[in-house]
Design a protein around this ligand. Structure first.
Ligand SMILES: *Cc1c(COP(=O)(O)O)cnc(C)c1O
Length: 227
């Protein structure tokens, strides 16, 4: 067994155990394998062990991987900051975009999504800590942006994503995720088809699952440190 195979098995067990611990429905939390800066071999090992969803942050690196691994049944999620000159490549090659943070980007992705493909699954990225360095809309503006995404023909609004500032204690981490979980429930009450709350990374996924996450995005915990 490779390390990736072993790690994947362990992470799956941890996720199932956390679902039980926090009274979440079985299989309600999906694993997104964050493969940025990881080798093709590791990605292939994860696919061979049954992993299907992969997250990438850098368009050029992702396009090379998507092409080289086109023999595999993967779903590719774009999770990085989006420059407007990259929307076409993203719209043409990804299944999901979890980092939509402004209307202009949403409109371009919708216009550039090829008719031959199903609508692009979208999460609106929220900046929870209001750090200038991080992308994401404010919590206050997120509902309006979601409404815009929901109305665009090339996009399918699925929910919200966030990357909170790193914190160490479980309670602190839970507190930082809670406002996003509240916004998610509010969104679900207003719009149909909302089923995705993407929060939790290698250092805080237990807290995220406790607060209702439906996708945890794990990179280093699964693949080891990045190149
Ligand atoms: C890199 C990255 C991750 C994975 O981070 P790890 O700490 O390696 O698990 C998750 N989400 C986003 C948006 C990222 O950029």
């Amino acid at each position: 067994m490779t390390d990736v195979t072993k790690n994947l098995e362990l992470i799956r067990q941890q996720i199932r155990a956390l679902e039980r611990q926090y009274s979440r429905a079985e299989q309600s939390v999906q694993l997104l394998a964050v493969s940025k800066k990881q080798s093709m071999e590791k990605i292939r090992a994860a696919v061979a062990a049954g992993q299907r969803d992969f997250g990438e942050n850098y368009v050029q690196e992702a396009l090379e991987k998507i092409a080289a691994l086109s023999d595999l049944e993967c779903q590719w999620h774009f999770i990085g900051p989006i420059q407007s000159n990259k929307t076409k490549a993203i719209a043409e090659h990804f299944d999901w975009v979890e980092s939509v943070d402004r209307e202009k980007i949403a409109r371009r992705l919708s216009e550039q999504r090829p008719d031959s493909l199903p609508p692009l699954n979208v999460c609106v990225q929220v900046n929870l800590s209001a750090e200038a360095s991080k992308s994401g809309t404010t919590l206050k503006d997120s509902i309006a942006l979601c409404q815009t995404v929901a109305d665009l023909p090339g996009l399918q609004l699925r929910g919200l994503m966030a990357i909170p500032a790193p914190l160490s204690g479980l309670e602190e981490q839970r507190n930082s995720f809670r406002p996003l979980a509240e916004a998610y429930r509010e969104l679900q009450s207003r719009l149909p088809g909302i089923d995705t709350l993407s929060m939790g990374m290698s250092g805080d996924f237990a807290a995220a699952i406790a607060e209702g996450s439906t996708i945890v995005r794990l990179g280093t915990a699964l693949f080891g440190s990045r190149d």
